[in-house]
Design a protein around this ligand. Structure first.
Ligand SMILES: [Zn+2]
Length: 144
């Protein structure tokens, strides 16, 4: 699933930081995919995870509740995206590279596993970490 997100990240608008997110249903079928698109859309909330959750909810058939789904993303989610996936009742989060500067799933904060929340998704980070970090490194190196 993270490998699929990695392929999606590679399709990001060249102006945008290449992050890819894919939502899968309980049987592993892809519901929706998105790239980070802040530059392309001029929308500060257009992170890959938020866009993928919106698209998945539109077709999932249970309104805004994405119960039973898995969100796979190439980079550790930020606070906004971590909050969004908890709000969406996503069951499982899989992510690739750690984001020590802004990560909210273990790096700076751990928003999704806060015991005060009544919904806490399962989490696995560091999947295909090197490959997920490499696509970001290449992007930032090319900008310097
Ligand atoms: Zn985010």
């Amino acid at each position: 699933m993270v490998r699929t997100a990695l392929a999606v990240a590679a399709t990001a608008d060249p102006r945008d930081v290449p992050v890819g997110a894919v939502v899968f249903d309980g049987s592993g079928r892809e519901l929706a995919r998105a790239t980070n698109a802040r530059e392309a859309t001029g929308d500060p909330t257009a992170h890959a995870e938020v866009l993928a959750l919106r698209r998945a909810a539109a077709i999932h058939g249970d309104g805004w509740r994405l119960t039973g789904t898995t969100l796979a993303v190439t980079l550790e989610p930020c606070t906004m995206c971590a909050g969004a996936l908890v709000a969406a009742r996503v069951d499982r989060l899989l992510f690739g590279a750690w984001e020590p500067k802004t990560g909210a799933v273990g790096s700076l904060w751990d928003v999704v596993r806060d015991r005060r929340l009544n919904h806490r998704p399962q989490v696995r980070g560091g999947i295909l970490e090197a490959e997920c970090a490499a696509i970001l490194d290449d992007f930032f190196r090319a900008r310097r």
